[in-house]
Design a protein around this ligand. Structure first.
Ligand code: ME8
Length: 645
C-alpha cells in the first residue's frame, strides 16, 4: 500500500501567504504521519506557471515570463525548505518532462475521440482562467467566482467532451461516498454536475504562455488550457507518458486543496483521468478559506499574512499547530493574533509544556533524572487504560483530515497526566519513603508525553523530537509500533533537563493588520462604483457625510513604534485640551522627524483602537497609489481644530 499526497501547485503570480501554508502544512502532516507508520509515502508540491494570468503578471513586473516564473517559484520552494516541508518532489509546469507528459495526455484523449476542434465564443475570466456562459455572469459581465470583469472572447479551440462524462461522474460519486472530503461538500459537486456539463475548451489562441499542442497536430497557434496542464502535474510528476516506474504510486491517496478549486479537482480531473483510462484519486480533500481578523486577505488591503513573518514572530511549529487545531477541516478560519496567542498559552504552554516541565522537575528532585525499572502498571493501570482508550481511537480522525478533532482528542491525555500527578501527589510519596510509587507516577506522565509525541509528531516534528530526546527515546516507525501498537512502556530511561518549550506570549508579537490606517480600500474590480447608479443607491446624504468629523491638526511629537516596521506614534494638536495620540502606518513614507510641526487632516471622531498595544484615537487622511502613500494636508496653514467639510 502506498500513500501519495499532493498540494495544489501554486500560481507564480504572487508570494505564498498563510492560506498556501495551511494546505502545505496539512499535506506535509499527512505525509509525515504515513511515513511514521512505515507506509510507502510520496509527497508532491510545486508551482503552476502557465496561463494568461502569469503572462500578465510578468509584464506588470517588467520581466521575461520565464524569469518571473523562476523567481516566484524559487520563493515558494525556499519557504517550504525553510519550513522543512517534507516534499519528495517539487514540480514546475514549465519543466520539460511535465510538458511532454501533458502533450502525451492530450494526444491520447484526442485519439480516443474525447477532444475535438471547434470554435468558442464566451466570457473569459483571466483571474480564474475559466470561461463562463452568459447565464452565469453577474450583471451580464462579472465573474461568478471572483467578481472580476470578464472579457468576451471568440476563438478557435479544441474541446474536451466533458458532457460525455456527466453520468459516469455521478455514478462514481454515488459509488464512492468518501471521494470528496469533507462529505458536506459532496452535494455541491453533485448538484453542479446534475445541472449539466458543457464541453470544456482546452486550448487557447489568445496568448502563447502555455504548453504547445503536440507537433503532429501542426497547430502551433494553440496552447493548452492552464487547468488541463496543471491538473496533469499529479501524474506527470510520476513519469506519466515517459517512464512509468513511479506510476505505481498512482492513484493518489489524497489531493489536499482549498475549496476554491474543488470543481476542477472533483469534476474536470476525474473526467480527464477516465478519458486516459487511469484510476481516480481516493480522496479530494477541500479545506476552507482563511481570513485575517475577519477580513479577506488581499494585497490592496495590505493585510496578507506572510507565513515567514508569523513563523519568525511565533515559531513555525506553533503556526502549524494553531492552523490545524483552530479550524474544523472544510470550514473557513480566521487568523487573529489573539486566538493564536490563546492557543499557544493554553494548549501548548499550559497543557503540554507544563506537564513536561513538571516531570523534568520531579525526576530531577527525586532521582537525579534517572528512572530505573519502575512499575507503571502496578500503580497506574486505570490511567493507562483511560489513555489507551483515547490513543487507540484517535487515528480515525485523520482518515477524513479532521485535524482539529484529532488534536482535541489527543489533548485529553494531558489531562490524564495532570490529574494523575494531583491524585498521586508524588511529593507526598517521596516524603513517606515510597520512592518507587513516586517515580511510577513520573514515568506514567513520561509515557503519556512519549505516546502523545508520536501522534503529534507529524504536526510538530521538531518540537516532538525535542520532547522525545528529553525523555530518552527517538521518534521513528519502530518506536511508533512499540509504544503505540504494542503498548510497550518506557520504564528505564533518563530525563534531560531543558528550558520551557513553549514560553507564554503576553502581547501580540506582530503588527496588527493596518486597519486603522487611512488606506482607501480599492473598490473590487468587479463591482461598478456604487455612486454611479442612477437611482442614487450608494450615494450618501449631507448629514451622513458630516457624521465624520474631519479636522486640521498639527503634529507636535512623532516617534517610531518599537518593533514595528510601519507604525509611527504621533501627538497631534487638534485645538483640544489635550494632544491626540494617533498611531499611523506611514513609516515607509515619512520619518518621525519630518512630520513634526506639519499639518495633517484627521478623522477626529473615530472609535479609539489599540495598535500593537498602543492606543490610537484618530486617523490621518492619506492617499495611496502605485507610487506610494502621501498625506492629505491643507493647501495653506489653518488654525488647529478647523473643521474640514
Ligand atoms: O488555484 N485560505 O493556485 P493558487 C486558504 N494553480 N487557502 C488558501 C487561501 C486562503 N485565503 N488562498 C490560497 C491555484 N489558498 C492553481 C491550482 S492545482 C492543479 C492548480 C490555497 O496559487 C488553497 O489551497 O491560486 C487554494 O486551493 C490554493 O492556495 C490556490 O492556490
Amino acid at each position: 500500500m502506498s500513500n501519495y499526497y499532493t498540494t495544489p501547485i501554486y500560481y507564480v503570480n504572487g508570494e505564498a501567504h498563510i492560506g498556501h501554508a495551511y494546505t502545505t502544512f496539512i499535506a506535509d502532516m499527512l505525509a509525515r504521519y504515513s511515513r511514521l507508520k512505515g507506509e510507502t509515502t510520496y509527497f508532491l508540491t510545486g508551482t503552476d506557471e502557465h496561463g494568461q494570468k502569469i503572462e500578465e503578471s510578468a509584464v506588470k513586473a517588467g520581466k521575461p515570463t520565464q524569469q518571473f516564473a523562476d523567481e516566484i517559484s524559487a520563493l515558494f520552494k525556499d519557504l517550504w525548505d525553510e519550513f522543512e516541508i517534507s516534499y519528495d518532489q517539487f514540480i514546475r509546469t514549465t519543466d520539460d518532462e511535465h510538458k511532454a507528459g501533458v502533450q502525451h495526455a492530450f494526444k491520447k484523449m484526442f485519439d480516443k475521440g474525447d477532444i475535438y476542434k471547434g470554435e468558442y465564443e464566451g466570457n473569459y475570466c483571466v483571474s480564474c482562467e475559466t470561461f463562463f456562459p452568459e447565464s452565469q455572469l453577474i450583471d451580464g459581465e462579472f465573474c461568478p467566482d471572483c467578481g472580476r470583469t470578464t472579457n468576451t472572447v471568440k476563438e478557435e479551440s479544441y474541446f474536451f467532451k466533458l458532457s460525455d462524462y456527466e453520468q459516469k461522474l455521478l455514478d462514481y460519486y454515488e459509488a464512492h461516498p468518501d471521494f470528496i472530503l469533507p462529505k458536506s461538500r459532496r452535494n455541491e459537486v453533485i448538484n453542479f454536475v446534475k445541472g449539466g456539463l458543457h464541453d470544456l475548451s482546452v486550448t487557447r489562441t489568445s496568448f502563447s504562455w502555455g504548453v504547445p499542442l503536440p507537433k503532429e497536430f501542426g497547430d502551433d497557434k494553440h496552447v493548452m488550457y492552464v487547468w488541463l496542464d496543471a491538473l496533469l502535474n499529479y501524474v506527470t510528476a510520476l513519469g506519466y507518458g515517459r517512464d512509468d516506474a513511479k506510476m505505481e504510486l498512482w492513484p493518489a491517496h489524497m489531493h489536499v486543496i482549498g475549496k476554491d478549486i474543488l470543481r476542477f479537482h472533483a469534476i474536470y480531473w476525474p473526467a480527464f483521468l477516465m478519458s486516459l483510462d487511469l484510476p481516480l484519486p481516493k480522496h479530494i480533500a477541500a479545506h476552507g478559506w482563511w481570513t485575517r481578523d475577519g477580513e479577506k486577505m488581499s494585497k490592496s488591503k495590505g493585510n496578507v499574512v506572510s507565513p515567514r513573518e508569523v513563523a519568525n514572530a511565533y515559531g513555525e511549529e506553533n503556526l502549524r499547530y494553531f492552523m490545524m487545531r483552530e479550524v474544523p477541516f472544510g470550514q473557513d478560519g480566521d487568523f487573529s493574533q489573539r486566538a493564536f496567542i490563546d492557543r499557544i498559552n493554553s494548549d501548548l504552554s499550559n497543557d503540554l509544556g507544563n506537564l513536561l516541565n513538571r516531570i523534568i522537575g520531579m525526576s530531577g528532585k527525586y532521582s537525579d533524572f534517572v528512572i530505573d525499572s519502575v512499575d507503571v502498571e502496578k500503580y497506574h493501570s486505570a490511567e493507562l487504560e483511560e489513555m489507551y482508550a483515547i490513543l487507540d481511537n484517535v487515528e480515525k480522525y485523520l482518515d477524513e483530515v479532521q485535524t482539529h478533532r484529532f488534536l482535541e482528542e489527543l489533548w485529553k491525555v494531558f489531562t490524564i497526566g495532570n490529574k494523575a500527578i494531583e491524585a498521586h501527589a508524588p511529593w507526598v510519596k517521596i516524603k513517606e519513603g515510597k520512592t518507587d510509587e513516586a517515580l511510577a507516577t513520573v514515568a506514567l506522565v513520561a509515557n503519556v508525553l512519549a505516546k502523545a509525541s508520536l501522534l503529534l509528531h507529524a504536526f510538530m516534528p521538531k518540537t516532538t523530537n525535542i520532547i522525545a530526546d528529553t525523555l530518552g527515546f527517538e521518534i521513528n516507525t519502530a518506536s511508533y509500533n512499540a509504544l503505540l501498537k504494542e503498548k510497550k512502556l518506557l520504564e528505564t530511561f533518563t530525563i534531560k533537563k531543558i528550558g520551557p518549550l513553549f514560553p507564554r506570549v503576553e502581547e501580540p508579537l506582530m503588527e496588527e493588520a493596518p486597519k486603522a490606517m487611512m488606506e482607501p480600500e480599492k473598490p473590487k474590480e468587479s463591482k461598478k462604483p456604487e455612486a454611479v447608479k442612477e437611482d442614487g443607491a450608494g450615494l450618501i446624504t449631507f448629514d451622513e457625510f458630516f457624521n465624520t468629523t474631519l479636522k486640521i491638526g498639527t503634529v507636535v511629537e512623532a516617534e517610531e513604534v518599537p518593533k514595528s516596521k510601519k507604525l509611527l506614534k504621533l501627538q497631534v494638536d487638534l485645538g483640544e485640551d489635550e494632544l491626540r495620540q494617533i498611531v499611523a502606518g506611514i513609516k515607509d513614507y515619512y520619518s518621525a522627524e519630518e512630520l513634526v510641526n506639519t499639518q495633517v487632516c484627521v478623522v477626529a471622531n473615530l472609535k479609539p483602537a489599540k495598535l500593537m498595544g498602543i492606543m490610537s484615537a484618530g486617523m490621518l487622511l492619506a492617499a495611496k497609489d502605485d507610487d506610494g502613500l502621501c498625506l492629505v494636508r491643507p493647501e495653506k496653514p489653518r488654525k488647529v481644530g478647523s473643521s474640514i467639510g
